[in-house]
Design a protein around this ligand. Structure first.
Ligand code: B4P
Length: 191
């Protein structure tokens, strides 16, 4: 069973690349951002809570995020493996994920980190904001706040996965196709 974590700053290409990887490797894709947006559009209690954080570019609190992620895994017992996109984003989430997966005798195979400069990421997100309607993509201050959240809370996960020998850095600048090729070369080398 192959289980991948896609790691990177907002706009690094996690969601974009997950679309290709899920079909190539027959993996079930779980994006915590997409799950929150689904709750928001369905006006659930969780959606209302999540929106108050997401609109400012803040991370949603750990416990609700972890519980939502666990439900998504439990609801897909037939999956041949998972792509975790945008999760974990804090050390607490990473520890919870390891503990949860080990109860099922499975583990993360690799963490693939898409690397790109902030200015390129801002440009991508502002561009997406013109059509996505996402409040968190439309304002450069909110985007910069998402980077601050990443630097403070998510970047420490790099050493968490390095210590496990699972961290792989990938150049996230180039065409979507080029980056898919870099990722698939890396994953094929791990299989
Ligand atoms: P996410 O939905 O995960 O959104 P994201 O970080 O913006 O990245 P995404 O994966 O969607 O975009 P991509 O880089 O593919 O998170 C949104 C919010 O949800 C967070 O800020 C937080 O509030 C909350 N949240 C989610 N998970 C959480 C968690 N675990 N804990 C707490 N809170 C959580 O693409 C961006 C743009 O770049 C697209 O327009 C794409 O077309 C473009 N692009 C991609 N690759 C490109 C390339 N190579 N060249 C040019 N453009 C490219």
């Amino acid at each position: 069973m192959i289980n991948l974590v896609l790691f990177g700053k907002p706009g690094a290409g996690k969601g974009t690349q997950a679309e290709f990887l899920k079909s190539k490797y027959q993996l079930f894709h779980i994006s915590t951002g997409d799950l929150f947006r689904h709750h928001i559009s369905n006006k659930t209690e969780l959606g209302t809570l999540a929106q108050s954080y997401m609109d400012k570019g803040d991370l949603v609190p750990d416990q609700v995020t972890i519980d939502m992620l666990k439900d998504a895994v439990e609801n897909n017992p037939e999956a041949k493996g998972f792509i975790f996109d945008g999760f974990p984003r804090t050390t607490k989430q990473a520890e919870a994920l390891d503990a949860f997966l080990s109860e099922k005798s499975i583990q993360i195979s690799a963490t693939l980190a898409l690397e790109a400069d902030d200015d390129i990421l801002v440009e991508r997100l502002i561009n997406r904001g013109k059509t996505s309607g996402r409040a968190d993509d439309q304002d450069e201050d909110k985007i910069r706040n998402r980077f601050d959240e990443y630097n403070n809370k998510t970047a420490p996960l790099r050493s968490f996965y390095v210590a496990q020998g699972k961290f792989h850095s990938v150049d996230g600048i180039g065409s979507v196709d080029q980056i898919t090729q870099r990722l698939t070369a890396l994953i094929d080398g791990l299989l």
